[in-house]
Design a protein around this ligand. Structure first.
Ligand code: FO1
Length: 308
């Protein structure tokens, strides 16, 4: 069996990572996760996309919200509100434990990779879950109303501001996390799968870490992206709105153009089948909407069957 690397953001990406984790032996999968969304909040280090992947693979994720833990209680937030604290970013009681433990471990000198591996182990997750970097890379969103940190744009402003540009502060000086670099350099690497996460907000920060684009280009393993758009619309999140604001027509053609030079193939939904022939790379047309576990597993199987 060859090794598979998945590049992943939050909710949509985590669903495919879950599917891959069900069909691959744990030692054959490494999931490299975006940390551009990370931030310090209430003195805690929050890694939203890592946690979404951890909770999803552990079967703990809230499937309606897409983030956080299912059957969560909110006593901490209620108490914080009574004290007049900051309540714009919601931390459930169980989720809070993850941030406290991550922050404690980071303060004691562990790297984010080590902390993430420890949390994954504790949650019984088999595949390697790896941050893109142990160095701080922070997505900064430029909008017509000014520049703001990612979570301010995404949660506090609910993605309403019109985006003009994105920057990944710290990326130039960041290093690829050692486990991520090792996975991409494996001689048995069978494929790199870019999960159906937002290319601009979730995948570009990963690709901005020096060395990763070169590693993808240097390897003989095919790089396959899964379009996060179905019929020009995102299943969840601001991808289509953002594309329009950046002057693009939301659709699989623009996704393929965005990833030009990075990907060898694109996976698209049947709703976009008519666009397949005009794409600049080979396309697999298969259902990509992952409503439940069966669809997550079916998509993972279809991609692996196509590439291996
Ligand atoms: N998203 C929201 O829309 N509102 C929230 O209050 C919120 C809290 C939150 C807490 C922990 C966590 O891991 C994620 C959380 N998210 C919340 C989601 C997060 O902002 C986004 O999923 C990602 O950063 C985008 O992928």
């Amino acid at each position: 069996m060859s090794h598979i690397v998945a590049l992943c953001g939050g909710v949509g990406g985590a669903k495919l990572a879950f599917g891959l984790a069900q069909v691959l032996p744990p030692q054959d999968l490494t999931v490299i996760v975006n940390t551009g969304d990370d931030f310090e909040h209430l003195g805690l280090h929050i890694s939203p996309d890592i946690d979404t992947v951890l909770y999803t693979l552990a079967g703990l994720a809230d499937r309606t919200r897409g983030w956080g833990v299912a059957d969560e209680s909110w006593n901490f937030m209620a108490a914080l509100g009574r004290l007049g604290g900051e309540t714009w970013f919601n931390l459930g009681d169980c989720d809070l434990a993850t941030h406290v433990e991550r922050t404690r471990r980071l303060h004691s000198g562990e790297t984010l990779s080590q902390v993430t591996a420890a949390l994954a182990r504790a949650l019984g997750i088999g595949p390697a879950i790896v941050p893109m970097s142990d160095d701080a890379v922070r997505t900064v969103v430029s909008t017509t109303t000014g520049e703001m940190p990612f979570q301010r744009y995404f949660v506090a402003e609910q993605c309403k501001p019109v985006v003009t540009a994105l920057q990944f502060a710290g990326a130039d000086a960041a290093h690829l996390a050692p486990t991520a670099a090792a996975a991409l350099a494996r001689s048995d690497l069978g494929a790199v799968i870019i999960c159906p996460s937002n290319p601009w907000l979730s995948i570009d920060p990963i690709l901005a870490v020096p060395g990763i684009a070169a590693a993808l280009a240097a390897g003989s393993a095919p790089v396959i992206a899964v379009s996060p758009l179905v019929g020009g619309r995102a299943i969840k999140g601001p991808t289509a709105k953002l594309m329009t604001e950046l002057g693009l027509i939301p659709g699989v053609a623009a996704i393929a153009r965005h990833y030009a030079g990075v990907i060898d193939r694109l996976v698209i939904d049947g709703a976009d089948a008519a666009d397949a022939a005009a794409l600049p790379c080979p396309a697999l047309v298969t259902p990509t909407v992952m409503a439940g576990d069966a669809e997550r597993i079916a998509l993972a199987r279809a991609i692996l069957k196509w590439v291996l």
